[in-house]
Design a binder for this molecule. Structure first.
Ligand code: PMP
Length: 285
């Protein structure tokens, strides 16, 4: 089946879909993105993702490419045309096409919008979750504005590749004070031996994950103890459980950090429960 992308007003075969070489996303990584999970053909937590998109765009002074209601129609149409039941929809907005010059382009240059969607294997994801993933630690080397979901992901690409080359799936950044900030493409969590679920505050050093925000609400509803504070790799080693959150993985158990097992080296029971219950707390559009 041909995959279909939306590119600046047109639905195109993915193989032919392309953007102008002077698109500022291509030239300067001058753009932002969102990834939403698709379940039963529905977009998970659309409103929250769009609120974050608008915030990222606002911080960079890029205009919304179209009203939210129209964006929802485009996302749904890309999901439908690609027949995605379970998977992800990806959306990218850049500052548009203009002659290469670092400063902003003249007024009137319209932002570019690209949307793609692809199915994921539910069985494969469940299998990964059943075994858990390994992470490595990596020095924090990103710019301080990681709160903006920018397409400038070079440090993340390199950290992820370092993880792959060490037989791990994710890299956890560790800041200059020795605390874990987040993963290269996920937020980082631990469950202490006293059963407290811990993740860093979104005030500094991390992207305010949508999965993270929904999970914090779930923790309250499930009456689990929650602490918003930084933790060190040592504390994560000594924890009962660890996991990461991201829209494409929801709650994914971490069973080893830098080659050392977390807890008993198996996915923890709180982590498994949170994975199972998560979608009771999300919305579907
Ligand atoms: N941090 C980073 C650096 C990410 O790339 C992601 C996923 N895109 C997340 C956290 C998790 O965010 P979300 O739950 O909104 O997918």
């Amino acid at each position: 089946m041909a995959r279909i992308a939306y590119v600046n007003g047109h639905y195109q075969d993915l193989r032919d879909a392309s953007v102008n070489i002077e698109d500022r996303g291509y030239q300067f990584a001058d753009g932002v993105y969102e990834v939403c999970e698709i379940r039963d053909g529905k977009i998970v937590d659309f409103a929250r993702h769009m609120a974050r998109l608008q915030r990222s765009l606002g911080e960079l002074r890029i205009a919304m490419p179209m009203p939210l209601s129209a964006l929802l129609i485009v996302l749904r149409e890309v999901v439908r045309r690609n027949r995605v039941g379970y998977g992800i929809v990806y959306l990218q907005v850049t500052r548009g096409v203009a002659r290469r010059d670092h400063g902003f382009p003249p007024a009137g240059v319209k932002p570019s919008l690209v949307v793609t969607a692809r199915p994921l294997s539910f069985a494969k994801n469940q299998d990964t979750a059943a075994h858990g993933i390994k992470v490595i630690t990596h020095p924090e080397n990103r710019w301080p504005r990681v709160d903006i979901k920018s397409v400038a992901l070079l440090p993340n690409v390199l950290a992820k590749q370092a993880a792959r080359e060490q037989g791990a799936y994710e890299a956890w950044y560790v800041d200059a004070d020795g605390y874990v900030t987040e993963g290269a493409s996920s937020n980082a969590w631990i469950v202490t031996t006293e059963g407290r679920v811990v993740t860093r505050s979104a005030a500094t050093g991390i992207l305010a994950g949508i999965t993270r925000a929904v999970l914090i609400e779930a923790l309250a509803a499930l009456q689990l103890r929650f602490e918003e504070r930084p933790f060190t790799p040592q504390e994560a080693h000594d924890a009962a459980e660890a996991f990461v959150t991201a829209s494409s993985q929801i709650v994914m158990p971490v069973v080893a950090i830098d080659g050392q097992p977390v807890g008993d080296g198996k996915p923890g029971k709180t982590t498994r429960r949170l994975r199972e219950e998560f979608h009771r707390f999300s919305s579907f559009s």
